[in-house]
Design a protein around this ligand. Structure first.
Ligand code: GDP
Ligand code: MG
Length: 446
């Protein structure tokens, strides 16, 4: 599955091998290659572009972890973004149903996409995994052989099949199947429908009418993953007409390039719920975006390694700072660290403009990384002792710092004063008294 894409991505990451750190230049180079790999896999070009843009932003804003190499970090970021692209979490079928009525699942799609096969697979899964009593409804009255095909599959998975030999009206068959289910106590009805070679008006009107008649809990669109971007376009059209609940990708066992799996979620904004991986009735998998990303990259070990390193780094750093603040020991080194963090988050103006009400106000003011330059210079002119003991900075030390950093004494005064205020405020927020006051306030709100 997706062998070519996996290989191409792995080659892209090689660009970062031997590089000491992530820079604008080596990230741009790597991502140019990643984007090419995605396009070759038939991923929608807009999706590929926004994907690499996001990865770039994340890569440049990442914490520097000495234990993690740039190539490894990139694998992790690309992995997470791939999973995100495919929907993040797996999406369940809605089987809750309505009181007194069976859950109805409507299968839609083009001819040969795998609807009938998937109907059989779903019936088997619902029976064995969800302990349901499904009924298969043969509503492809367009081809008599299609009804027979479903009957044979139903027998194979030992699920009853509702069929009206010689019927020509799929809407009537679907309605009758639901009546039968109610009478006989089946709790899920899977409605298999006819397809066409390509989307045509007649097919769309017919499936719309069936949908209106049976009011399904789940309308699932079955698409052939081998058809790449065509599958994405089919899904888009069906969704516009039919308001589908999810997509099933079939034939992922074949020579699939991956474009459909990677683009559908973004283009159609509907989740992929299942994938078909063979002709056998058992060849059905729940679609797990994260596991699919694992498979595409084939580098699960690196991903979990980076995850662990990041977690440890975050926790250790957060705890250390917390303890320092609690002891009122937050110093200029910590302050510098915080400035670094803020700078890594990207352009500050962009960030600040996201705060409601601020956007316009700062539009004409030039805020960028330079905003910290003079503060950084001041801290740079402090001795290690002064950085760790902010309270020792007296007038003569301030004068030396001002001279060393090219700032006026007023400016140094202002910064040190603000630092002391900030330190005091942070300390108060962690003190037991403060915690008590917060609790009291919360109680008052209830
Ligand atoms: N390899 C493979 N073949 C499949 C898969 N799903 C369906 N098929 C085959 O695709 C063909 C068309 O399937 P069918 O269910 O009749 O499609 P329908 O016209 O949409 O009902 C059949 O030969 C199936 O065996 C799959 O996941 N993998
Ligand atoms: Mg069929």
């Amino acid at each position: 599955m997706f062998e070519n894409l996996s290989e191409r991505l792995e080659r892209s990451f090689k660009i970062l091998k031997g590089e000491g750190k992530i820079t604008e230049i080596n990230v741009a180079e790597t991502l140019k290659d990643v984007r090419k790999a995605l396009l070759e896999a038939d991923v929608n070009y807009k999706v590929a572009k926004s994907f690499t843009d996001t990865v770039k932003q994340k890569a440049l804003g990442m914490d520097v972890l000495t234990s993690v190499k740039p190539g490894q970090l990139m694998v992790k970021i690309v992995h997470d973004e791939l999973a995100d692209l495919m929907g993040g979490e797996a999406t369940e079928l809605n089987l809750a149903g309505r009181p007194g009525a069976p859950t109805v699942i409507l299968m839609a799609g083009l001819n040969g996409a795998g609807k009938t096969t998937m109907s059989g697979k779903l019936a088997l899964r619902l029976k064995t995994q969800n302990h349901k009593k499904p009924l298969l409804a043969a509503c492809d009255t367009f081809r008599p052989a299609a009804m027979e095909q479903l009957r044979v599959l139903a027998e194979q998975v030992q699920v009853p099949c509702y069929l009206e030999p010689g019927a020509t009206d799929p809407i009537a068959v679907a309605k009758n199947a639901i009546v039968e289910a109610k009478q006989k106590g089946y709790d899920v009805v899977i409605v298999d429908t006819a397809g066409r070679q390509s989307i045509d008006e007649e097919l769309m009107i017919q499936i719309e009418q069936i949908k209106a008649a049976v009011n399904p809990d789940e309308t699932l669109l079955v698409v052939d993953a081998m058809t790449g971007q065509d599958a994405v376009n089919t899904a888009k059209t069906f969704n516009e007409r039919l308001e589908i609940d999810g997509v099933i990708l079939t034939k992922l066992d074949g020579d699939t390039r991956g474009g459909a799996a990677l683009s559908i979620r973004t283009v159609v904004t509907k989740p992929i719920k299942f994938v078909g991986t063979g002709e056998k009735m058992e060849a059905l998998d729940v679609f797990h975006p994260s596991r699919m990303a694992d498979r595409i990259l084939g580098m699960g070990d690196i991903v979990s390694f980076v995850e662990r390193a990041q977690q440890q780094f975050d926790e250790k750093e957060a705890k250390r700072l917390q303890q320092k603040i609690a002891k009122n020991k937050f110093d200029y080194n910590d302050f510098l660290g915080q400035i670094e963090q803020i700078k890594k988050m990207g352009n500050i103006k962009d960030l600040a403009s996201m705060i409601p009400g601020v956007g316009k106000a700062i539009k004409d003011i030039d805020i960028d990384d330079n905003a910290f330059k003079s503060v950084e210079a001041m801290i740079g002119s402090m001795t290690p002792y002064e950085r760790e003991h902010p309270e020792c900075i007296n007038m003569s030390r301030k004068m030396r710092i001002a001279k060393g950093s090219g700032n006026s004494i007023d400016e140094v005064n202002r910064v040190t004063k603000q630092f002391e205020q900030m330190r005091k405020m942070m300390h108060q927020m962690t003190s037991p008294k403060m915690a008590q006051a917060m609790k009291q306030m919360q109680r008052m709100r209830r």
